[in-house]
Design a protein around this ligand. Structure first.
Ligand SMILES: C[S@@+](CC[C@H](N)C(=O)[O-])C[C@H]1O[C@@H](n2cnc3c(N)ncnc32)[C@H](O)[C@@H]1O
Length: 333
């Protein structure tokens, strides 16, 4: 229906509803009718918004994601290899956070990491692993981005610090700090291949080879739904049979559609924690297109809808009725 209503009418409707929403008590917003109302508004916002990419990111952005990635390694024999690809890695915060978590949990693993982003410029910045402290990296934009202003050591496009979600102890473990600069410790920079690449590129699988884990977080939501769907179909080709795909920050309808069509197995462990684990996405709902609706297990397809981690491939398609056993073996074959 809304495709036949002029955009300016929907904008006015949303503006009115923003005021109504702001007055609703939290208990109402989180109740069944409040969530349905929010989903209705968010659907309109997604339809109307001009989507744009950004480089906004955080260290230790979603702790539950990191925890699950470590648990997936629990039963791997000592000294095993792990092939990991992180797409759309932006300033490197996600890459270093994952490697810090994995290497702290399993220092014996031989991890080879591809860190990819479509922007060669941001990758150069990420590879240096050199950041400024000194409070928020203030720019003109919001957390989803604005024109970046770069200096040697920072990239001023987000209103809050890239370190915002870290404790002092974690800062000390990951960085060498001198003056107002923090540099990633050398042990976290080992084994990373930084490469400018488009996640849409069908040749990617030939360049990277099949991966045990592919991470494709928080960039597909900035694409139009059809483009995101197509890109996701390409990304999943990188995962080896029985391997795992981490994909959050994408329209839930798109992810659910592709997951269902390709028979991915949702990994239920920490499902809710991961869904709720990124406070900026949570706070952006329902009036930002990239906002994430609250978890709710009374929707019929909630397991598929809210899962951000899937087991993929031959092993997955033959075992759709099963819950992946984290220790088993997909990664050990
Ligand atoms: C919001 S950042 C996400 C950073 C990180 N993944 C995270 O979750 O914090 C989005 C990044 O996606 C990159 N990007 C956008 N389109 C891409 C594509 N088609 N292929 C690879 N990277 C892409 C952008 O350059 C940007 O650095």
């Amino acid at each position: 229906v809304s495709s036949r209503i002029p955009g300016r009418v929907i904008k006015a409707y949303l503006s009115l509803n923003r005021r109504i929403w702001a007055r609703l008590p939290l208990s109402v917003r989180l109740g069944a009718s409040g969530r349905a109302y929010g989903r209705h508004l968010h659907g309109l916002v997604q339809q109307l918004s001009r989507r744009f990419q950004s480089h906004g990111t955080f260290f230790l952005r979603n702790r539950a994601e990191l925890e699950l990635m470590c648990r997936l390694q629990d039963k791997k024999p000592p000294g095993s290899g792990l092939r990991l690809s992180i797409l759309a890695c932006s300033k490197g915060a996600e890459v270093y956070s994952i490697l810090w978590a994995l290497r702290s949990a399993r220092p014996d693993l031989k991890i080879s990491t591809w860190a990819l982003d479509i922007s060669a410029e941001i990758l150069k910045f990420a590879e240096k692993g050199h950041y400024t402290l000194g409070g928020p990296e203030v720019g003109n934009g919001d957390v989803t981005g604005s024109a970046p202003k770069t200096t040697d050591a920072t990239w001023k496009d987000q209103p809050v610090s890239i370190f915002e979600r870290m404790t002092c102890e974690e800062m000390k473990a990951m960085f060498q700090v001198a003056g107002d600069h923090a540099t990633i410790r050398p042990w976290l920079k080992e084994g990373i291949t930084w490469s400018a690449a488009d996640a849409n590129d069908p040749a990617l699988v030939h360049i990277l080879g099949l991966q045990d884990i592919v991470v494709a977080n928080r960039f597909l939501c900035h694409m139009a739904p059809e483009a995101a769907e197509k890109c996701l179909h390409n990304i999943v080709r990188l995962v080896k049979p029985g391997g795992f795909l981490f994909v959050s920050g994408i329209d839930l309808d798109v992810r659910t559609k592709v997951a269902r069509a390709l028979g991915w197995i949702p990994v239920p462990h920490l499902l809710k924690e991961i869904h709720e684990g990124d406070v900026s996405l949570k706070n952006g709902w329902p009036f930002e297109y990239w906002g994430l609706e609250p978890f709710c297990d009374d929707l019929p397809d909630w397991k598929l809808r809210y899962t951000a981690v899937f087991q993929i491939g031959q092993a997955a398609t033959t075992r759709q009725d099963q819950t992946p056993d984290l220790g088993v073996p997909a990664l050990q074959r």
